[in-house]
Design a protein around this ligand. Structure first.
Ligand code: GUN
Ligand code: ZN
Length: 435
């Protein structure tokens, strides 16, 4: 955290609420020439330069021209051990796990390897403007130690957990119901609530845990305040059929988790492509969240996420990349693909809804909206400087744009890591693009 008072001047845009709830016009605040004032790693004030500059004598003001300052992006579902296997060819979920994922995750028994990948992963997140993520480790507790050690050095707000998996996976990658519980508990004691770090109890998905393991995971989830629960649900049709076979006594996929007390505030379910209305209603009623992972759902051929259905039920929804099944670390690219997922269903995705999903919506899904997601005073100073002229094509397209929503839409379609000029975490610059 920086002990300084510093101001940043550029166009500034942030979400105030969900456009689906308050309407687009009330959902954001925009200053064409704005000032973001940071004090001791927190937002102190945001406003128009004309109003704030006269009151800031003696304060260092950094001016970015033709740039847009936004809150840092929030990725509500990603796997750091899968960084090196992103873009692996040709399979759907269950074959993809066996062919690529499990052998890759085996390497994380080696803490030095885990530390190396954690560094690469965090650099990649920050290059892409993601300042907070909900992260799967591998089954090895040392993978989570390595991840949190790296995140702590950068003072990032990160959530992670060790995978719990005691069946239907190679022997080299399984724990037991008891060891999974004990190792997760030790990690919670070591890391949960330390600085800006949070722990997530992380059963991989229902097929790879026995009912005994799910029971203990549910017990652990209830044992500490503000813990997260992070898993997958209803991503792929063959997976859904398999869950039905493995848990014949349960009403459906969500009911497996519900039965084992793996539901409620801070429970985050990745994908949810094939959820029924009853499951959506239950997710909403319990305050659980779903991570929409468009690049992954398209890449693995999982299906089209029905954002409007979840929204109508009042489910909290965040945006996830799901790397390594997702094909990009960029939330801008995730929004590009999210738009196409909606188009394929004859639906729309407004650019201000996109902004919300990548920032305040993610914070809301993670119950971190008192700390993250926009520039209200007192929030963590995690923010980005985006460059409208990152590529010749973007620059030319922006010259044609007549309105903020047109520019924002083009940014989400054409932007990626190249559009992130600088990334700040807790008021400190943690990534500067070259050039
Ligand atoms: N379901 C269970 N494990 C995984 C995983 O690693 N990635 C994805 N996309 N889905 C899963
Ligand atoms: Zn995943």
């Amino acid at each position: 955290m920086s002990n300084t008072r510093k101001a940043y001047r550029a166009a500034i845009l942030h979400s105030l609420a969900d456009p689906a709830v308050v309407g687009v016009e009330q959902s954001y605040q925009y200053f064409e020439d704005g000032i973001l004032l940071i004090e001791n790693g927190k937002v102190a004030q945001v406003g128009a330069a004309a109003d704030l500059l006269p009151k800031l004598t003696g304060v260092d003001v950094q001016h970015y021209r033709d740039a847009l300052i936004t809150p840092g992006f929030i990725d509500t579902h990603i796997h750091y051990p899968q960084t090196g296997m992103i873009a692996s060819y040709g399979e759907q979920l269950l074959d993809w796990l066996n062919t690529y994922t499990f052998p890759t995750e085996k390497q994380f028994e080696d803490k030095a390897h885990a530390a190396e990948v954690a560094d690469i992963f965090l650099k990649e997140l920050l290059r892409n403007g993601t300042t907070t993520a909900l992260v799967f480790g591998s089954v090895h507790p040392q993978s989570v130690d390595a991840f949190f050690e790296a995140a702590q050095k950068l003072d990032l707000r990160m959530i992670a957990g060790k995978v719990m998996m005691d069946r239907n996976a190679p022997d080299y990658l399984t724990d037991t119901a008891e060891s999974g519980y004990a190792e997760s508990k030790a990690l919670i004691e070591r890391w949960h609530g330390k600085g800006r770090l949070h722990y997530a109890v992380t059963p991989r998905f229902a097929p790879t845990s026995t009912p005994q393991q799910l029971d203990l995971a549910g017990k652990l989830f209830g044992e500490y305040p503000d813990l997260y629960m992070h898993t997958h649900i209803s991503e792929n049709k063959a997976e859904v059929a398999w869950v039905k076979e493995l848990f014949p006594a349960r009403k459906g996929y969500l009911d497996v988790y519900d039965h084992h007390k793996l539901i409620g505030p801070r429970a985050v379910f990745a994908h949810g492509v094939h959820l029924c209305d009853e499951e959506c209603a239950r997710l909403a009623e319990t305050g659980s969240a779903v991570a929409f992972c468009p690049t992954s759902n398209l890449f693995l051929g999982s299906g089209l996420f029905d954002l409007n259905k979840l929204e109508q039920h009042g489910v909290r929804v965040g945006l996830g990349t799901d790397v390594g099944a997702g094909t990009s670390f960029s939330q801008l690219q995730s929004l590009n693909e999210a738009y196409k997922v909606m188009q394929l269903q004859g639906k729309k995705l407004d650019p201000f809804k996109s902004l919300y999903l990548a920032t305040l919506g993610g914070a809301n899904a993670l119950y971190l909206d008192d700390k993250l997601g926009n520039f209200l005073p007192g929030k963590d100073a995690d923010f980005l400087v985006l460059d409208y002229n990152a590529t010749p094509l973007m620059s030319y397209r922006m010259q044609q744009a007549r309105s903020l929503d047109e520019k924002l839409f083009a940014l989400t379609m054409l932007g990626d890591d190249r559009a992130v000029k600088e990334t700040f975490a807790a008021g400190v610059s943690v990534h500067q693009r070259e050039g």
